[in-house]
Design a protein around this ligand. Structure first.
Ligand SMILES: *Cc1c(COP(=O)(O)O)cnc(C)c1O
Length: 428
């Protein structure tokens, strides 16, 4: 069934580490062969072996209006014909910046970059440059790209000084990254007790999507806002995943808490390498050439990527978010009905068109809670779904996504597959 993909993987591993250009694609945690994808359209992926999958990964979030949307394809083809990069300013970039600013609360000024990693790295540099402080707080399980200072393992407890979780990250870098627990304000307070005036920034995913989809408990984001105000610390929402996904104004719009800085990526690039950071005007004016905090990029604001992002945002009207909300509600209600009917020890979360299904009957509020899930069962479920033509993220620690092409019919097919797959998984 995956013969061609198997051959391709064998060939790929010779020239590319693990045969992939981003580790999670290698299916290391679930095992087996990743299907090699040939093309995608709407809600579907098609692999090199001729299989079709209903896609809930959506290139890790960006394909919110479905793969290869005809209007995006057409706009990008037209842009392509005008030249793929100029290394000089364009009017398109202003349009994208203005479109973002009009939707996101407290977004005054925005700089375009090429990846979420770059956006987060630059936002931290800006917070440090503007405050003159070195340390920042991140939460165990939140992912902010692969820049050195973010690759710090989950410690046990708020005051654990970070230890690098990748060789190549120096102890010196790790020392300035302080770890707190998501949904635990006390863990943040105790860091401020130790370092009352040393913390440049708190960075977090307002909905933790790199631990499966964990929403903020009521009061958590508000509490962080107050702590940042009290300590002169910059609050950064990493909305690379949630921005323009969980609602018209992203997570900040949805939860009513406004950070000082944002990072964006994924949806805003419409499937191209485009990301952004931005926020409060007085902070953003520290960025070069307005100010001394340096950051640059040869392909930043690339016209094809900007065209795709802009077209995608234009198609994402408030009505479209209502449609996405209804579709994802249908999926999560259907899943809950299956879980309840059979009494499976499972729990789930959903925020807009983003969801997580956990193999645990406990509530899942933190990264630690996800460690307590039955990962073997998740892996079996993943493969049972793949076999039935449903492509989920190959890890319990990843969120699922819906697009505007996930129709009632497609969702109902998914639910049928899930009931079948779960019966197989729990019978084993
Ligand atoms: C994906 C992601 C990143 C990293 O973005 P890349 O474009 O992969 O570098 C950063 N933060 C969050 C929340 C993400 O989901």
């Amino acid at each position: 069934m995956l013969e061609k993909s198997q051959q391709l993987l064998q060939r790929a591993t010779k020239s590319i580490p693990g045969g992939v250009n981003s580790p999670v694609r290698a299916f290391k945690s679930v095992g087996g062969t990743p299907p090699f994808i040939e093309r995608a359209e709407g809600a579907y992926l098609f692999d090199a072996d001729g299989n079709r999958y209903i896609d809930y990964v959506l290139t890790w979030g960006p394909a919110i209006i479905g793969h290869a949307h005809p209007e995006v394809v057409e706009a990008c083809q037209a842009a392509m014909a005008k030249g793929s990069s100029f290394g000089a300013p364009t009017e398109l970039e202003i349009e994208l910046a203005e479109t973002m600013i009009a939707r996101v609360p407290g977004l005054d000024v925005v700089r375009l970059v090429n990846s979420g990693t770059e956006a987060c790295m630059s936002a931290i540099r800006l917070a440090r440059g503007a405050t003159g402080r070195d340390k920042f707080i991140k939460f165990a399980g939140c992912y902010h790209g692969h820049a050195d200072s973010f690759l710090i393992a989950a410690g046990s407890g708020a005051l654990t000084l970070g230890t690098p979780n990748s060789p190549g990250v120096t102890a010196g870098t790790a020392r300035d990254t302080l770890l707190a627990q998501f949904n635990d304000l006390d863990s943040v307070r105790s860091i401020f007790e130790t370092f009352p005036t040393d913390v440049a920034a708190i960075i977090l995913e307002p909905v933790c999507g790199n631990t499966g989809c964990i929403p903020p408990d009521p009061g958590f984001l508000e509490g962080l806002r107050e702590l940042c105000d009290a300590h002169g610390t910059v609050l950064i929402f990493d909305e690379v995943m949630t921005g323009f996904r969980v609602g018209y104004g992203g997570a900040a719009g949805r939860f009513g808490v406004t950070p000082d800085l944002y990072t964006f990526g994924k949806v805003v690039g419409g499937g191209f390498p485009l990301a952004a950071y931005g926020g409060r005007e007085d902070l953003m004016r520290h960025v070069a050439p307005d100010g001394p905090v340096y950051q640059a990029g040869t392909l930043s604001g690339n016209p094809i990527a900007v065209t795709a992002g802009l077209k995608t945002l234009q198609l994402l009207t408030p009505e479209v978010y209502e449609q996405l909300e209804a579709a994802s509600l249908r999926l999560s209600k259907g899943m809950q009905a299956i879980i309840d009917k059979h009494g499976y020890p499972m729990t789930q979360h959903r925020v807009g068109a983003m969801f997580g299904v956990f193999f645990s009957d406990q509530t899942v509020h933190t990264h630690e809670d996800v460690h307590g899930c039955d990962l073997d069962r998740f892996n079996a479920f993943f493969h049972a779904m793949l076999k039935r033509g449903v492509y989920l993220a190959p890890s319990q620690y990843e969120a699922g996504f819906l697009s505007t092409h996930h129709s009632d019919e497609i969702i109902d097919q998914t639910l049928e597959a899930a009931e079948d797959a779960l019966a197989e998984v729990f019978a084993a």
